[in-house]
Ligand binder design. Structure first.
Ligand code: GSH
Length: 217
């Protein structure tokens, strides 16, 4: 049985949960919460950086969301082709990197800054990250195709990355009506039943969001 160390409110965990649920892949959910300190201890034992999610497959540790989904695709394939062959696959990989590096990681700068103790905040760094996030939105607005998904007709790895990225990023810096194509893509993602499940399972933890979760979505 696969095991996934994860928390339902974590954006990167949602990326992998979406792939697991969409494929109907069975796994044991090792919840990283206060009620299960043994799971946090297990995570720390298995991965120097204790970042999550973390997959265990037959005793082998697999870390980093994209390699986790690649591992699932190779060894536990389901109905979804997460990384298609050829040029489409290369586009999927690029978009996966785009959402992780320019949307997800950029958005978390503001989130982590809000968690810093008073006096150690970095407004300059936050401003810079917000400007990068706006540039990422503009790039997506100009370059996303007609969809319905990031790389065309099929829901791929790129959409697993896009869903939690855009879900939370819009809370940090609204996409806004001027970026209609991107806003419509985010709305399509949130209407996808598996993404909606990820959002719903994270709903009880919204008070954890340090910037104040908006009263929507
Ligand atoms: N590049 C990593 C990022 C994982 C990540 O940043 N996870 C967050 C939770 S969403 C985390 O572990 N935060 C706690 C920490 O960094 O100590 C991946 O793709 O798995």
């Amino acid at each position: 049985m696969l095991q996934l160390y994860a928390h339902p409110f974590s954006s990167y965990c949602q990326k992998v949960l979406i792939a697991l649920w969409a494929d109907g892949t069975e796994f044991e959910y090792k919840m990283l919460d206060e009620a299960h300190p043994e799971n946090m201890a297990g995570l720390k034992r298995r991965w120097t950086f204790a970042q999550f999610p973390l997959l265990v497959d037959d005793g082998k540790t697999v870390v980093e969301t994209t390699p986790i989904i690649e591992h699932l695709a190779a060894l536990h394939p389901g109905p979804n082709d997460w990384i298609p062959d050829s040029a489409l696959g290369r586009q999927v990989r690029f978009l996966d990197r785009f959402f992780d590096l320019y949307v997800m990681n950029t958005m978390t700068v503001s989130v982590f800054d809000a968690l810093r103790p008073e006096g150690s905040r970095d407004p300059f760094g936050v401003d810079k990250s917000l400007s990068t996030l706006r540039a990422a939105y503009d790039w997506l607005e100009a370059n996303l195709g007609d969809g319905p998904w990031a790389a065309g007709n099929d829901f791929t790895l790129a959409d697993c990355a896009a869903a939690p990225s855009l879900f939370y990023a819009d809370w940090v810096e609204e996409i806004g009506p001027a970026r209609a194509r991107l806003a419509a893509y985010r709305a399509r993602l949130l209407a996808h039943p598996i993404v909606a499940r990820a959002v719903d399972e994270g709903r009880p933890y919204r008070s954890f969001f340090p910037l104040g979760a908006p009263d929507r979505d």
